[in-house]
Design a protein around this ligand. Structure first.
Ligand SMILES: [Zn+2]
Length: 119
C-alpha cells in the first residue's frame, strides 16, 4: 500500500508537469486554435488545484516539498535497483530492502527528494 501523502505528492508532480506542457507555446496554439479552449483558464484551474493539494499536505511533508520544489522540477524520484534516480547515489540497503517501502514517506539522504520505490 502506498502512503497517502506519497500518493498526493505524485499527483501534484503530475499536475505540475501537465501545467508545464500546457504552458508551452506549441501546446497553447493547438489547444486554442484546434480545440477552441482557453489555455489561461486551464492554467488557472491547474494552479488552484495544485495550491489546494499543497495546502492539504502534512506540515512536515509540505515543508520538505516546498524546499525541494524550489530546487528541482521533480520532487518525487524513483528508486530503481537501490539507486536514487534524482542524484544517482545508492540508497542505504536497510532503507531499500523493506517489503512495503512505499507505505512510508522517505527521502534521499543525499539529495533530499522523496523516494518512490519501483523495484
Ligand atoms: Zn537522491
Amino acid at each position: 500500500m502506498m502512503h497517502a501523502q506519497l500518493e498526493a505528492l505524485l499527483e501534484i508532480q503530475d499536475l505540475k508537469s501537465q501545467r508545464r506542457e500546457l504552458a508551452r507555446e506549441t501546446e497553447r496554439e493547438v489547444q486554442e486554435t484546434v480545440f477552441n479552449l482557453s489555455v489561461d483558464d486551464a492554467l488557472e484551474e491547474l494552479d488552484a488545484k495544485i495550491a489546494e493539494m499543497e495546502e492539504a499536505l502534512d506540515p512536515p511533508v509540505r515543508a520538505r516539498y516546498r524546499r525541494m520544489a524550489g530546487k528541482h522540477p521533480r520532487v518525487v524520484v524513483p528508486v530503481i535497483r537501490g539507486t536514487c534516480y534524482g542524484c544517482f547515489v545508492a540508497v542505504p540497503t536497510a532503507q531499500a530492502s523493506q517489503a512495503d517501502r512505499n507505505a512510508e514517506i522517505r527521502s534521499c539522504q543525499n539529495c533530499g527528494r522523496f523516494l518512490y520505490h519501483v523495484d
